[in-house]
Design a protein around this ligand. Structure first.
Ligand SMILES: *[C@@H]1O[C@H](CO)[C@@H](O)[C@H](O)[C@H]1NC(C)=O
Ligand SMILES: *[C@@H]1O[C@H](CO)[C@@H](O)[C@H](O)[C@H]1NC(C)=O
Length: 543
């Protein structure tokens, strides 16, 4: 009874504090303490970023439309922010947790995020967004299940395992940051991790004959990976919230920031098998393994793990094209406003985004359409709200690539009309694979191919059953085209998921704008919003 009363109190407090959550849907409360602690993922001691003592951080396990109230206590001696890769936060870019929208949580201070997993089902992750904190951990998986009355297109699996994997460096995040700050790229990574552990450091136990769901996210900094199970195939089930046709794959390419769910049936002789992750498109191949342990097995893994594809691009492109949406599967649609028939809508605008690696003031930078993003002293979202001039100007990045290879530094913000429908083409002239992410949205990947995109590329688009997702790859000297319904008001980060590139300017913000001030279009500033830079001294409510 007392517990119940204190819950009600907490609820009333929160309703007062954070009125912009949906009161009809269930709440889940999290209290997270962020600290430094010793971790040994590759056998050497490192200073990791822990959440409640854990690396990786705790998993968020919730149901569609749940309100997630996450109190983050920053016990680091530096500012900290968490962001939510793939959680759309409709009408609520205030909570996005990137420096363009949200003030950092100062050392020894706390901040409470109020998120909602609105109309989403699937696999996502959270990560620390400032500096190179991601190189020290601080990330965790987000699993959003469907409500019981909404079936997913496969029987309930016997188990549901999250796998956070990606490249890892033995150098500290400070040392890595120094490389970038002094105008160099990051060195080659030292290894790969699976759930924070190295070679055979993690075991997944399965019962023979049963089917399991594995949710795999690439949380690395610089490298695409290939993922496979020794002796087993994978049925692809979900891509960042889209239920797919359940094609069978023997291995899967997962680019930076991407998430996939696969179904694996333990239908082989009872023994232990490798789960293998290897780096993709790298001259030197990094590999790590975990163990798939049959509960009735007495035979340990032995010998080298099976190899996978390495530098070949054509097979990766073919695999990407084979990933389709299951049109008959139920579940929330990515854009409830009606762009389900995305192929029937004519985009009103085409934006071409070309990445480049210019030297500016003698230092390596990365740029989008010639502009290399620099953070202002005040989050854009707050500058916009409090009408603080001189922080950014809309239109500070062109809609298409300029000629030439030069670049300049700017706080780049692009305008978009609320409820417009846009075509965005990512054009990559560099010889590395790019991975692009858009906060606040999922978008339809309508096409990708080698060479230069032109309007003549459009007839080959998949306008029927491509997946909607939040992160897409762009192959070397290739393009990727997406359709996006700009139905989420806010200021949203568009960025490279390669952390060196993001850090050195391959990102900008899209200001999806409406003159309306209705809460139906955008939530007001949270009462507890931290204020910093030139927004300090302002008030989130009139006095
Ligand atoms: C910080 O934590 C305290 C104690 O739990 C709480 O009263 C306060 O509202 C929190 N501040 C923010 C900004 O969430
Ligand atoms: C698509 O979803 C439907 C409905 O859940 C399911 O019956 C069907 O098997 C799925 N199709 C494929 C090819 O995965």
């Amino acid at each position: 009874m007392r517990e119940y009363a204190s819950l009600i109190n907490a609820f009333i407090l929160l309703t007062l504090l954070l009125h912009n959550v949906n009161g009809e849907d269930p709440y889940r409360f999290y209290t997270w303490k962020i600290t430094y602690g010793d971790i040994y993922p590759l056998g050497v001691k490192q200073k990791g970023i822990l959440i409640n003592g854990q690396f990786p951080g705790p998993q968020i396990d919730c149901v569609t439309n749940d309100n997630l109230i996450i109190s983050v206590f920053n016990s680091l001696n530096e500012p900290f922010l968490l962001s939510w890769n793939g959680l759309q936060q409709r009408r609520n870019s205030w909570q996005d947790g990137v420096y363009g929208t949200t003030c950092p949580i100062p050392p020894r201070k706390n901040f409470t995020y109020a998120l909602q997993a609105k109309d989403q089902i699937g696999t996502y992750f959270y990560f620390p967004s400032l500096a190179l904190h991601k190189a020290a951990g601080g990330y965790g998986s987000i699993k959003i299940s469907s409500r019981p009355q909404i079936p997913v297109p496969f029987p309930p699996p016997a188990g549901d395992y999250a796998i956070l994997t990606g490249d890892w460096f033995k150098r500290s995040q400070r040392q890595l940051k120094y490389f970038l700050d002094t105008g160099h790229n990051l060195p080659f990574p030292d290894g790969l991790l699976i759930n924070g552990r190295g070679w055979n450091g993690y075991t997944f136990t399965v019962d023979q004959g049963k089917t399991y769901r594995f949710r795999i996210s690439n949380v690395g900094l610089t490298t695409s990976i290939n993922f496979r199970f020794q002796g087993h195939t994978m049925k692809l089930a979900e891509v960042e919230g889209s239920h797919t046709l359940q094609n069978t794959y023997s291995s899967l390419d997962i680019h930076l920031g991407q998430s996939y769910s696969v179904l694996v049936t333990a239908n082989q002789p009872a023994k232990d098998y490798y789960i293998v992750v290897s780096s993709r498109f790298t001259s030197r191949v990094l590999t790590t393994t975990a163990v798939l342990h049959y509960s009735n097995s007495f035979t340990k893994v032995l010998g080298p793990p099976p190899g996978g594809p390495t530098t070949d691009i054509a097979s990766s492109l073919n695999q990407a094209r084979s990933i389709r949406w299951n049109l008959t599967a139920s579940g929330p649609r990515p854009n409830p406003q009606g762009s389900y028939h995305y192929g029937m809508i004519k985009p009103s605008r085409t934006i071409v985004l070309a990445n480049s690696a210019p030297y500016i003031n003698g230092k390596l930078r990365y740029a989008v359409n010639g502009v290399s993003y620099v953070s202002p002293d005040t989050p854009l979202k707050l500058a916009d709200y409090f009408k603080i001039g001189g922080v950014f100007s809309v239109g500070s990045i062109p809609d298409g690539p300029p000629g030439g290879n030069g670049g300049y530094l700017a706080t780049s913000v692009m305008h978009a009309d609320y409820r417009s429908f846009a075509e965005i083409v990512f054009q990559n002239w560099e010889d590395t694979v790019q991975s692009w992410h858009i906060d606040g949205y999922s978008f339809f990947v309508v096409g990708m191919d080698g060479g230069q995109w032109t309007p003549a590329s459009r007839p080959r688009y998949n306008l029927r059953d491509t997946v909607a997702r939040c992160t897409t790859q762009v192959y070397p000297k290739s393009w990727t085209a997406i359709y996006i319904a700009l139905d989420n008001v806010g200021i949203w980060n568009i960025r490279s998921e390669n952390w060196a590139r993001q850090y050195l300017g391959q990102q900008f913000y899209l200001r999806v704008y409406t003159p309306s001030t209705s809460w139906r279009d955008e939530y007001p500033i949270p009462r507890n919003a931290l204020l910093c830079g030139r927004a300090s001294g302002h008030h989130t409510r009139p006095l």
